[in-house]
Design a protein around this ligand. Structure first.
Ligand SMILES: [Zn+2]
Length: 380
């Protein structure tokens, strides 16, 4: 059984609000969570570094390291949560409520509980010096811009070899996920009186062609790239929103179309964006309209584990075979820093980003067991 202190720890993290959002009115800092974690791990022999996020005075990453050596295990999580619809919650989202074999609260599943579970897991192993270091990484802004993960440096992780990201996967190891890129196509013409079409260049007139071109492109990449390990086995493009013009009696001078692209591992966000840009420009050339294709947020690359050392160890420990998921994580950034990265954590992604988010209590002990055995295997 886990110690009674575990619920208090999870509770303390949940009651430290740390919403991150690209909309300024919802965005909060994460320093309270970072400080709580620092105060917990310091007495356990961890050397704590708090690294501020450039340009964001109320946000920081925490890197805490115990032991020395060149094959460290990193236990990684994000400190932030998404915004919430408070009216739709049946419990206080900023404290934990135990009900029906679950802990409810914003961030219980995605993914503040993971930090408390990692600390609980390591406790009995702290009597001895570690053979290899254990690093706790707690990032900022995963739910918005991923600025935390983007600001990590290879230098910070020079001694790190393996990384486990504790995102909710139902305790099954995840070996790959798609990328995500949100794009805005902005078509610009010139306005004029609607009584004479010659007085302007109508941006709306081109939109059918633009959408047709994007759908054609989607069909092409969808048949060229297929990976049956994914529930949706091809890359996707979702036409999400459209805005433009003002009055029926004005020639419409601008229309913007927002859509997302989710590429498979092995595909490149940049290449897709470049070839799509060329196609759209060519298509609108005759109409003498300008078309810009811009990223609405920095893109997240797709991720695939290619080393399989940590992966097979976690498959063994968790007694389940690795799967592929559709949601994006910080894994591609940790992989770029040289770590073999696997995603595995308690709770289900279906509970994340929802009112009444919860972590099932029957995932608590198995999580502690998996993390403890992993630390024992690599660090002890
Ligand atoms: Zn998450």
């Amino acid at each position: 059984m886990h110690s009674p202190g575990l619920a208090d720890m999870v509770g303390q993290l949940i009651s430290s609000p740390s919403i991150s959002s690209t909309l300024e009115q919802f965005d909060q800092g994460n320093l309270e969570v970072v400080n709580v974690l620092a105060n917990w791990v310091q007495p356990l022999g961890f050397e704590v570094t708090i690294k501020p996020i450039p340009g964001k005075p109320n946000k920081a990453n925490l890197i805490a390291k115990r032991g020395s050596g060149n094959n460290a295990l990193v236990l990684s999580g994000h400190t932030d949560t998404v915004p919430l619809d408070e009216d739709l919650w049946q419990t206080n989202p900023f404290s934990i409520t135990e009900k029906d074999g679950r802990w409810y609260g914003l961030g219980t599943c995605d993914m503040k509980s993971f930090f408390a579970l990692a600390i609980e897991a390591m406790r009995p192993l702290l009597d001895t010096d570690f053979r290899q270091p254990l690093i706790i990484l707690a990032t900022a802004d995963e739910e918005s811009t991923m600025s935390g993960a983007r600001n990590l440096t290879a230098e910070d992780f020079a001694s790190a070899k393996y990384a486990l990201i504790g995102e909710p996967t139902g305790l099954t190891p995840v070996k790959q996920h798609k990328g995500i890129m949100m794009l805005r196509a902005l078509v610009t013409g010139t306005s004029g009186h609607s009584s004479n079409p010659e007085l302007g260049r109508n941006a709306l007139d081109s939109i059918a062609a633009l959408i047709e071109e994007i759908i054609q492109f989607r069909n092409e990449i969808g048949s060229e790239h297929v990976d049956d390990a994914f529930d949706v086995p091809c890359p996707t493009i979702n036409l999400g929103c459209i805005r433009g013009g003002d009055n029926p009696n004005r020639i419409c001078d601008h229309v913007e179309l927002g859509f997302d692209v989710r590429v498979l591992p092995g595909m490149s966000n940049d290449e897709i964006r470049l070839s799509l840009t060329k196609r759209l420009l060519a298509r609108l050339k005759k109409a003498d309209l300008k078309c810009d294709l811009n990223l609405m947020h920095p893109a997240v690359p797709p991720f695939e584990n290619e080393e399989e050392e940590l992966l097979s160890l976690l498959e063994q420990i968790s007694r389940s075979s690795a799967k592929s998921v559709a949601f994006a994580t910080e894994a591609p950034f940790l992989k770029t820093l040289g770590m073999e990265t696997v995603i595995l954590g308690p709770g289900a992604i279906e509970q994340a980003h929802q009112p009444n988010e919860f972590i099932p209590l029957n995932h608590i002990d198995p999580s502690i067991d998996i993390i403890r055995r992993l630390i024992a295997e690599i660090c002890c």
